[in-house]
Design a protein around this ligand. Structure first.
Ligand code: AMP
Ligand code: MG
Length: 317
């Protein structure tokens, strides 16, 4: 669509999903709620449709997309389930875990989806709207977060419109995303070894413990081709961000946690799951506030707090 076209917004009901599926079938873009963040979906089997995702987001073409599927059968047609991948999928899907697996040669996907890599990132989402949309459209959906590249991720329809108004055909408004953080990304290699490419709501160290009797050791964050989403600067609110702040200095909007109140609290009770769910809403608020700077209270580096701190470090970079 051209920049001046209007973006439609509808509820995430049966009529909205049918309309969205029709737009997807004809190669358009739909923003859709998932349990992680809102996704910007296009049919993954069409080079033209996938190219529109990159254009709408201003996303560099080296940064591959996650393909969303609604059944294991669909997943198996796209990727080799090497090592413990079948068991991991059985344990974690539907849910906030993306598996990066060797891509099948006859997967029938647009090559841009995996940015030329021999692997493919796939996820079976739990959100009923996203699942219904994949089923109604009849093909896998490529869907990165529904925001301009490098901007703060969207956990509501308003957040989507803030950067993509006029660049997406339809937004399905399904309220606030429950987890509020992008999926955990786990690569499983041909030799069966694991690598966490991005921390998220699912704790892969626990899963690794289950299968290998030892926790998964973190590998150093990479950049470049292997894990492009590990770019150091990301989720940027467009203002300087100071981490581990106990109080606001002059000119700072303080995002609080627990006993540190701030102008927007991630969780007054100090709950890390709530902090993950509220992170992007507070960052959006801070970005729009009059203060030229942002300060953020310390977040315990445990459980999903690790994923929150990962996003905060990139927001501050
Ligand atoms: P987003 O959808 O915006 O949350 O970003 C998706 C992220 O998935 C990318 O930035 C990559 O880090 C990761 N990803 C997708 N496909 C692959 C792949 N084949 N290999 C490694 N990482 C991938
Ligand atoms: Mg993103």
């Amino acid at each position: 669509m051209s920049d001046k076209d209007a973006t439609e917004t509808t509820g995430a009901d049966a009529a909205g999903i049918a309309r969205a599926a029709e737009i997807l079938r004809s190669g358009g873009l739909v923003a859709v709620p998932t349990e992680t963040v809102y996704g910007l979906a296009a049919r993954a089997d069409s080079e033209e449709a996938v190219a529109k995702i990159y254009a709408a987001k201003g996303r560099p073409s080296i940064n591959p997309l996650i393909v969303h599927i609604a059944s294991l059968e669909q997943a198996r047609s796209l990727a080799e389930f090497v090592g413990h991948a079948e068991e991991v999928a059985a344990a974690a899907w539907p849910g906030a875990l993306t598996l990066v697996l060797p891509r099948k040669a006859d997967a029938g996907l647009a090559s841009a989806v995996s940015a030329g890599l021999p692997t493919i990132a796939i996820r079976m989402p739990a959100h009923p709207t996203m699942r219904a949309l994949i089923e109604a459209s009849g093909f896998p959906l490529a869907a990165p977060s529904a925001n301009r590249s490098n901007a703060i991720s969207p956990t509501s329809a308003e957040h989507v419109l803030a950067t993509l108004e006029g660049r997406v055909d339809l937004v399905l408004d399904g309220g606030t995303a429950e987890k509020g953080l992008e999926s955990t990304i786990l690569a499983i290699r041909h030799d069966g070894s694991w690598e966490e490419l991005r921390p998220g709501p699912v704790d892969v160290s626990l899963l690794h413990q289950h299968f290998f009797d030892r926790p998964l050791r973190p590998t150093k964050a990479k950049n470049g081709i292997e894990a492009p989403g590990q770019m150091q600067r990301h989720y940027s609110p467009g203002k300087p961000v100071r981490l581990n702040a106990r109080e606001a200095a002059s000119g700072e909007f303080l995002i609080g946690f627990g006993a540190i109140a701030g102008q927007c609290s991630l969780s007054e009770s100090g709950d890390l799951g709530e902090a993950a769910a509220r992170l992007y809403a507070c960052l959006h608020q801070a970005a729009e506030a009059e203060q030229p700077n942002i300060a953020i209270a310390p977040i315990p580096d445990e459980g999903v707090g690790k994923a929150v701190n990962d996003r905060l470090r990139r927001a501050a970079a």
